[in-house]
Design a protein around this ligand. Structure first.
Ligand SMILES: NC(=O)c1ccc[n+]([C@@H]2O[C@H](COP(=O)([O-])OP(=O)(O)OC[C@H]3O[C@@H](n4cnc5c(N)ncnc54)[C@H](OP(=O)(O)O)[C@@H]3O)[C@@H](O)[C@H]2O)c1
Length: 344
């Protein structure tokens, strides 16, 4: 039987989403994929840190944190209090799950964690946009040099297959342009505004439902979509764009009149991220864009995300699905783990 031994760096929404799926699908992973997944370390700034090379009782750890208790209360054998870098260095993990928060200016702390893990010859699966948006080329070169895998399916459209689809089924196509609704919060706000809510009312509703942060800047000013556009540009179209360099306009300040006027004229106003090639150069832009009603992206409402690939042989191919959430994003990591295990 193949075995992956994991260390979680970050045990928030997404880390626990993966933990839940690993518990739920443990028997299936063994019977269908001949794969045993052992967890040897968990480290989170908020919840604490436990490590045991013989394996951590994942149910116990998940139950503690889901009930708001710290890992200090974990009552099975474990080393406690190791830092994130110590967990990466000192456990017998062969795969690091990097799920700390995203910083699109520095990539930290994820960048340090991923560099450290790859340098030690450990595989990495991450949903952290910062390191991939800022240092994709450096990190993939390091992974290749160390003969390990760096997987990041969940950085764009969470578990809805974007990179795995592109690298397999779309691999021999020339992707000419990518257009996407990459941020669920802003799509929810715009959808609510189509029903007549003001920007402020729609934002408040998104916050009440847990779709938007108390400080919604990253979403409403288009930063999150710009980070994802940079990842798509650099990974799928060979670009070298940083999120900050992308021509970007968010939805802050859009009036309900603008949204309703677009609707009356047969358009839906959407925050669209676009990546394309122009005179050999890869370019990207994020902006509120009127989309004709017959375009498939016009029908993507609420928190759903979507990407349309414009290709040479297949024409337009669109994927629509979840763009965030505990289980969908946890699933992206599970899918990454299967891909790592395939070559073990
Ligand atoms: N949630 C989603 O639906 C979703 C979807 C796609 C991608 N992502 C990305 O996935 C990543 C994880 O998201 P999330 O929703 O799980 O975030 P989260 O709930 O905030 O969890 C992140 C956890 O990492 C901890 N942390 C921060 N720095 C750390 C460090 N140096 N060492 C150890 N732990 C550290 C945080 O502790 P503190 O709270 O004390 O800082 C927090 O508990 C983010 O990069 C996010 O952008 C999330």
């Amino acid at each position: 039987m193949k075995e992956l031994s994991l260390a979680f760096i970050g045990f928030g929404v997404v880390g626990r989403g993966l933990a839940e799926l690993l518990i739920e699908k443990r028997d299936m992973l063994k019977s269908k994929f001949n794969l045993n997944v052992k967890v040897v370390g968990i480290c989170d700034l908020k919840w604490g840190s436990i490590a045991n090379d013989d394996g951590i009782d994942l149910e116990k750890a998940l139950k503690l944190v889901d009930s708001g208790k710290k890992l200090d209360e974990y009552d099975a054998p474990a080393r406690k209090g190791l830092s994130s870098v110590e967990i990466i260095r000192e456990t017998s993990s062969n795969t690091i799950i990097e799920v700390t928060w995203t910083n699109i200016e520095t990539g930290e702390p994820g960048l340090t964690h991923i560099r450290e893990a790859l340098s030690l010859g450990k595989h990495v699966a991450t949903t952290n946009k910062g390191p991939i948006a800022l240092a994709y080329k450096e990190l993939t070169s390091l992974a290749q040099a160390k003969n390990v895998k760096l997987k990041f399916e969940g950085t764009v459209l969470s578990g809805t297959p974007t990179f795995n689809l592109s690298w397999t089924c779309l691999a021999a196509l020339d992707i000419k342009r990518i257009r996407g609704i990459l941020n669920g919060t802003t799509n929810f706000i715009l959808t609510e505004m189509e029903k007549g809510l003001s920007y402020d009312e729609a934002l408040r509703k998104a916050q009440e439902l847990g779709y938007a942060e108390a400080d919604p800047t990253l979403d409403v000013d288009g930063w999150d979509a710009a980070a994802k556009a940079a990842i798509l540009a650099n990974v799928l179209m060979g670009g070298d764009l940083k999120p900050k360099a992308i021509d970007r306009r968010g939805i802050r300040g859009i009036s309900v009149d603008e949204v309703l006027k677009a609707s009356k004229q047969g358009f839906k106003l959407k925050l669209i991220a676009e990546v394309w090639r122009e005179k050999g150069e890869v370019k990207a832009r994020v902006s509120p864009t009127p989309i004709p009603a017959q375009d498939v992206l016009a029908g993507v409402s609420g928190v759903l995300n979507a990407i349309t690939f414009e290709t040479d042989a297949l024409g337009e191919v669109t994927i629509i699905g979840a763009g965030a959430g505990r289980r969908p994003t946890g699933y992206a990591l599970l899918n990454d783990l299967l891909s790592i295990a395939r070559d073990l």
